[in-house]
Ligand binder design. Structure first.
Ligand SMILES: Cc1noc(C)c1-c1cc(NS(=O)(=O)c2ccccc2)cc(C(=O)O)c1
Length: 130
């Protein structure tokens, strides 16, 4: 195995831990699974690229993320989708938008606190080469 494969394995272990922490926080329950298209029947008319935390965990296992930035881009996508699909002044729309912004900020904060910035820069170098 190449040296960079060991770095990517360390990245996967780290991202699984971040994903588990986010998915186990009750505030983020609505983002843990794909939006149920039987329940939310017009969802795909509005949201062209659905994303959720369970899908992200699967993407980690399938080596789809080569750096933390790519992982955070998918968290930002979960948040952007929720803001786009739930834009109204109703309390339920306001609540899910608040939960979505909280998910995004928690994910970025977890990465900033727990991730060595030089390690992320090395991973971004690997991502650029692939
Ligand atoms: C996410 C999301 N984005 O737009 C909307 C609208 C939601 C969303 C989706 C669901 N129902 S769901 O079956 O798709 C589901 C349940 C549990 C975990 C993940 C998804 C419920 C709610 C709610 O407010 O209760 C909100």
């Amino acid at each position: 195995k190449r040296k960079e494969d060991y770095k990517l394995r360390e990245l996967r272990i780290f991202l699984r831990d971040i994903c588990r922490k986010l998915a186990s926080n009750r505030r983020f329950y609505k983002f843990t699974k794909p939006v149920d298209l039987e329940e939310v029947t017009d969802y795909l008319e509005i949201i062209k690229q659905p994303m959720d935390l369970e899908t992200m965990m699967t993407k980690v296992d399938m080596h789809k993320y080569n750096c933390a930035k790519e992982f955070l881009d998918d968290v930002d996508l979960i948040c952007a989708n929720a803001l786009e699909y739930n834009p109204d002044k109703t309390s339920s729309d306001k609540q899910i938008r608040h939960e979505a912004c909280s998910l995004r900020d928690h994910a970025h904060a977890l990465i900033d606190v727990e991730m060595d910035s030089d390690f992320e820069l090395e991973c971004q170098e690997i991502a650029r080469r692939r």
